[in-house]
Every structure is written in C-alpha cells, then in structure tokens.
Design a protein around this ligand. Structure first.
Ligand SMILES: Cc1ncc(COP(=O)(O)O)c(C=O)c1O
Length: 435
C-alpha cells in the first residue's frame, strides 16, 4: 500500500471512530475534529499526517515527550513479564520506586494510586485518621482548608476542596468540612485556621487555576499553623511536581517541607500512576486494612516510573527544565512587550502561562489549527507544559508559532479578571523574577 492510500485509510478509520465516539461516549469533552494517532519526541501527528509541536504534554503528563526509547523498552519488557500482580503480594518495583520518591521529596513513606484525584483522596483520609488518633478517636479535628482557584480532582473528596463553582455545584452536597482561603491572603488564613482543621491543601503553583504561585510568606505561615495545630500541610504537586519547576518538587523553593505531597501526571511517563508521600509521623497513622487499591502500584507502571525518575537524573533534565524554561520565559516576556493584551507572564521552569486581557480559548484553538498544542485554563490564561527534554530549537519554533497565533487571532472583548488579587499577583511575580 502506498503512503497516500495509507493516509486515506487511516482518515476513514479515524472518522468512523469519531462517529462511534459521538454516538457512544458520554458527553464530557469538547474535542477538535481530528484524531491524534501517534507522537515522536515533542511532536504529535494526526490522521492526515499533520505534525504538531506539543507544548501541552498531555496536560503535564508526557514529561519525556512521546515514544522515549528507554521507556518503550521497559514497558515492552515488563508487559511480557507481569502487568498486574495485586497488592496482596510484593512486586520487584514498588520498594525501589518508593525509596526514590522518598529521596526526591525528603519524606518517608509512599502509597501508590491510579490517578491524581485518588492521591488526593488518600492524603485527605490520612490527615483525618492522623487527627483522629491524635485526639483519641474524637472527631472534632476534621476540617479541610484549601485555596481559592484550587483544582484537586473530580472525586467527591477532591471536589470538596476544589474551589470552582462550575465543577462543584452540580454535585452538591460534597464531603462536608471544607473551606477556602483567599489566595496568598495570610490574614484570611490565620482567621480560618484553628484546632478544628486537620489539613490545609495547597498547590505551590496552581495549574488549572491559571499558573499562579503561592507566596513564600503564605506557605511559611501555613506551615507554622499546621505544626501548631497538629494538622497536615498537604502540597498537591500533581501538576507542578516531579521536576516541572526545575526542582524535584516546587515546595523545595521554600525552606520547610510539607507533611504530605501528592504526585501523579508524569510519574509513570504516561501510564496511569499517582502517589501520596508522607513523613513518618503522618504515615504511621495507617495500618493494614485502613486504605487500599486494586490497581495502584502494579509492576508495569512502577517499573516505568522508576525508569522515568532515573532518566530525569541521568539525563540531567532538571537543569534542562531550568535552562529551557528561562529561554521560554524570556521569549514570552518579549511577546508581552509587543502585544498589549498580554497582562502577565506566569510560572517558572516548564510550567508557564500567559494571562490575556480577554478570553484565551480562541487563541488555543487557533494555535492547534496552526500546529501548536497548548491549552487555555482559567478562561484567560494560555498554559504551556512541554516535555522536560525539549531543546532550544523547539523553544524558538514554539515562540515563532505563538507570535503568529497572537498576531493572527481576532482579539476577544476585554473582561474583568477573576483569580488572584493584584497584590497576590505582584508577590508571585516578584518571586518569579527573583529566581
Ligand atoms: C493540581 C492537580 N491536582 C489534582 C488533579 C487531578 O488529577 P487526575 O486528573 O489524575 O485525577 C489535577 C489534574 O489536573 C491537578 O492538576
């Protein structure tokens, strides 16, 4: 079969698959009318053979790009050995992977899950059971604090600490006891944090909330209050952790550690795996039977995760994230100087965003039409989450493409901005500038 008829067939099959989706999938996602068929490095290809530069990475998942040969080798090898064994038995990879995560995080013990939202559920349960033991079974210390504009997942517990009304309201009543603190507002934190709080959950850099950084002052105060009341400080690093900022964890920008950190997205190089990692004091609140999962931490996914973390170390990808992140940020600052509808450049390392004066969705759609994969979050922020192993050439290609998207997209009406108050934005900017 020649390549033209191959493409013709693949387009026919892809169109048939999309019709089946339209008829049989639940109506939860809006997708452009093309089918992505495969990826190589930081490029994606659709059923017509069109090539895209991927600066979204499956929403912060594909940190090594697509089809990294070492990951492919490990997945093939382990698939032929044992895909699943169950948590009733030891497997060869959970221990070594947990040890590496403990080293990276500076914490002690790990529980493996299948997704980010389950890592959050587990962390909330651990905080509650720890508080229960601390209070000899009394249930008064059960409140959760989270931040405005947070996103922690779609299951009921995670949704209860996710602030956006559009995600929450259709499902109420949610898990009771959650309350939101104004972003980076220390006075509001102090007002709401008392002895009835068992955990405060924060993303050191909010992802879905528009790439907004928690200030050091706020983080340190949350740390002090959590310690004073015996509550857990939970860092949700599902999006910003595991190397994305150029550090193992975003909280390593601050001096104090959290008690629990949640991870997922890039952990197994694209296979579904999450985890929550706790210090000994909190982890010791669990005993056999208190928590569990069928799939979490199977041998195939754990072997892939161990390979991912090892590649990050051996290929010195944290340094690459910092260097490429600085280049990308500098290029975005230049675009901000050129286009007056760009309000702010946000983020650090390779979690970066452009806050626009109006709705940014059309810019993300136009980027896709022009062969750039990015997305819009929080309605007015274009978000960039490329692979950790991108090169300077990719950064240049991306910035050139983005400039033509910004210049060539009809400008939407300006809107008042939701999100962090100007003071909070300013402190985030100052911190980013200081790095
Ligand atoms: C910070 C954060 N927490 C939790 C989640 C939920 O993870 P998952 O979609 O794997 O359940 C996400 C997903 O975007 C996230 O960005």
């Amino acid at each position: 079969m020649n390549s033209r008829s191959k493409i013709h067939n693949s387009r026919k099959n892809a169109a048939a698959a999309r019709r089946a989706e339209a008829r049989h999938l639940m109506n939860t996602y809006k997708r452009p009318p093309v089918t992505l068929t495969h990826g190589r490095g930081c490029y994606l290809f659709d059923d017509s053979g069109k090539k895209y530069l991927d600066f979204l990475g499956g929403i912060a998942v594909n940190a090594l790009g697509h089809a990294h040969p070492r990951l492919v080798r490990v997945v093939r090898r382990e698939a032929a050995r044992a895909i699943h064994l169950s948590n009733l038995f030891h497997n060869p990879y959970q221990g070594p992977l947990a040890r590496k995560l403990a080293r990276w995080s500076g914490l002690d013990r790990v529980f493996f899950t299948n997704s980010g939202t389950e890592a959050i559920e587990g962390a909330l349960k651990l905080a509650r059971v720890h508080a229960g033991k601390r209070n000899n079974g009394g249930g008064k210390q059960c409140r959760f604090l989270a931040l405005e504009n947070s996103f922690h997942g779609r299951t009921f517990g995670a949704l209860a600490i996710t602030s956006s009304a559009k995600y929450r309201e259709p499902y109420e009543p949610l898990v009771p006891g959650a309350e939101f603190v104004r972003f980076n507002d220390v006075a509001d934190l102090e007002k709401k944090f008392d002895a009835t709080v068992c955990a405060i959950v924060l993303e050191p850099i909010q992802g879905e909330g528009g790439v907004a950084s928690v200030s050091e002052v706020f983080y340190q105060r949350a740390r002090e209050l959590a310690t004073r009341h015996g509550a857990a400080l939970i860092a949700d690093e599902i999006q910003c952790g595991l190397g994305r900022t150029g550090r193992y964890f975003a909280y390593q920008n601050f001096t104090a550690k959290p008690d629990i950190v949640t991870v997922a997205k890039p952990l197994a190089g694209g296979l579904p795996l999450g985890a929550f990692i706790a210090n000994e004091e909190f982890a010791s609140a669990f005993s056999p039977g208190l928590h569990g999962t069928t799939f979490g931490g199977g041998p195939l996914v754990c072997a892939a995760a161990l390979e991912f973390l090892t590649i990050v170390e051996e290929e010195k990808l944290l340094a690459n994230v910092r260097a490429r992140g600085a280049e990308l940020r500098a290029g975005l600052e230049k675009l901000a100087a050129k286009f007056d509808f760009i309000r702010e450049v946000r983020g650090e390392g390779l979690i970066l965003g452009l806050e626009l004066a109006g709705d940014a969705n059309e810019y993300a759609r136009e980027a896709f039409r022009r062969g750039l994969v990015i997305n819009c979050t929080h309605d007015h922020v274009l978000r960039f989450l490329p692979a950790f192993n991108i090169t300077t050439r990719h950064v240049r290609e991306f910035l050139g493409g983005l400039e033509s998207v910004l210049a060539g997209t009809p400008r939407p009406a300006e809107q008042p901005q939701p999100g962090p108050a100007p003071a909070a934005r300013a402190s985030g900017m100052a911190r980013a500038a200081a790095q």
